[in-house]
Design a protein around this ligand. Structure first.
Ligand code: NAI
Ligand code: MG
Length: 373
């Protein structure tokens, strides 16, 4: 029997190509796993009215970790039009599988390492090495939204909140409300995850990202809780910054930062900013991590225009595989993958189109697999 059970969720578009590449490299370093394929993505929406069928949820309850490729999603009208005729007009609504996965399995950490490997032509600066901890379950992404706004809610807000006055007399469909909900528990566990990571990896500093001077209630809570957690880690420096200012400073001097921790929306934004500094979508990898399950994925989507061309960069997926190994306690094999990626990038002989080269997805994966030996 294999040592680990891994759910293998390739999804749509280039998902199967990049996940296949990751698999090749995981095999090359001798990762002892049984991969169980799971259905997820657009095809299952069209055929069954559910892009994340119950059988896939059941599968995820039985595995040690999951590798996830990419999925396609489309606006509501197209989603309805592409449903199989028997399912149309039944009020089915498309919901993002990855968002549902985060909620169902309480994958509260979104971990995004952003490291500039020397020699990669897409590095914004050499030497960048940032790690983003994004809270993954609450904040503005909690899904508590109103459009149109129910009269009852408007009346309550008018009674409880003075600043609501300018909106008081608007008709229900003239505005919309999305609730930003942040809990003490949610803030505490993401902050603790960031500091534990910093401690385990000899990182020097954790920076909390917020807008607490304006968004006082929720971001104020986030900052207060993060600061309290920081006190438990006296050997690690702590500072904090407003999201807007941080975006400027990050670009100006990325070396002033180390580990960044943020509520969901700000974390989403800064992780894309950080990913672009180290090569963009072909390099961006992420882990959605809870206490029971970790789901590891490239951050890019299904890139329909490149599907089947075997030309996209698999490094994001290969590094997602490396993150999975770290999380499973297979650190030595993870380090071998990372060294192999670094070596291939430093040599510069194999480059996919995004790096200005013509190598295929498979050629990149094979070069990394060979370098890992
Ligand atoms: P995308 O990330 O799929 O592609 C945007 C562009 O980035 C591509 O056209 C390509 O130029 C480049 N790119 C993406 N991956 C690359 C790689 N590995 N190597 C080199 N270049 C790469 O985003 P887009 O086009 O906005 O969305 C396409 C579909 O993917 C949509 O249906 C969208 O909803 C979905 N999507 C899914 C995500 C996920 O599965 N986590 C994340 C983002 C989008
Ligand atoms: Mg994003």
């Amino acid at each position: 029997m294999a040592k680990f059970r891994i759910a293998y969720l390739p999804g749509d578009g280039i998902g199967p190509e990049v996940l296949g590449a990751a698999r090749l490299v995981l095999d090359a370093v001798g990762f002892d796993a049984e991969y169980i394929p799971g259905d997820v993505g657009w095809r299952f929406w069209c055929e069954e009215g559910d892009p994340f069928p119950q059988r896939t949820i059941n599968l995820l309850h039985t595995v040690d970790a999951a590798l996830f490729g990419a999925i396609t999603s489309k606006p509501a009208a197209e989603a309805e039009a592409e449903l199989s005729p028997a399912l149309r007009g039944k009020g089915l609504t498309y919901r993002s599988p990855i968002v549902r996965m985060r909620q169902l399995f309480d994958l509260y950490v979104c971990l995004r390492p952003c490291k500039a490997y020397p020699g990669s032509p897409l590095n914004y600066r050499e030497g960048i090495d940032l790690v983003v901890f994004r809270e993954n379950t609450e904040d503005l992404y909690a899904g508590v939204e109103f459009r149109p706004v129910p009269t009852e809610l408007a009346q309550t807000l008018n009674r409880l909140a003075k600043p609501f006055a300018p909106f008081r007399d608007l008709p229900p469909d003239a505005y919309a409300i999305s609730c930003k909900i942040n809990t003490r528990r949610g803030s505490e566990r993401i902050a603790r995850a960031a500091f534990e990571f910093a401690r385990a990896h000899g990182r020097k500093k954790v920076t909390a990202v917020h807008k607490a001077n304006v968004v006082r209630a929720t971001d104020g809570l986030f900052l207060e809780v993060t600061r309290a957690v920081a006190a438990d880690y006296p050997e690690i420096a702590f500072d904090h910054a407003n999201i807007d200012a941080l975006c400027m400073w990050l670009l100006k001097n990325p070396f002033n930062y180390d580990v960044l921790v943020a509520p969901n929306l700000y974390g989403d934004i800064i992780s894309d900013l950080c990913a672009q500094m180290v090569g963009g979508l072909g390099f961006g990898c992420s882990g959605n991590i809870g206490d029971e399950l970790g789901v590891f994925e490239p951050t890019h989507g299904s890139a329909p225009k490149y599907t089947g061309q075997h030309k996209v960069n698999p490094i994001a997926s290969i590094l997602a595989g490396k993150m999975m190994l770290d999380w499973l306690g297979e650190g030595e094999r993870a380090a071998r993958i990372e060294r192999a990626v670094a070596r291939v990038l430093a040599e510069g002989k194999v480059r996919t189109y995004d790096m200005g080269g013509t190598s295929s997805t498979d050629a990149m994966a094979e070069a990394i697999a060979a370098a890992s030996q």
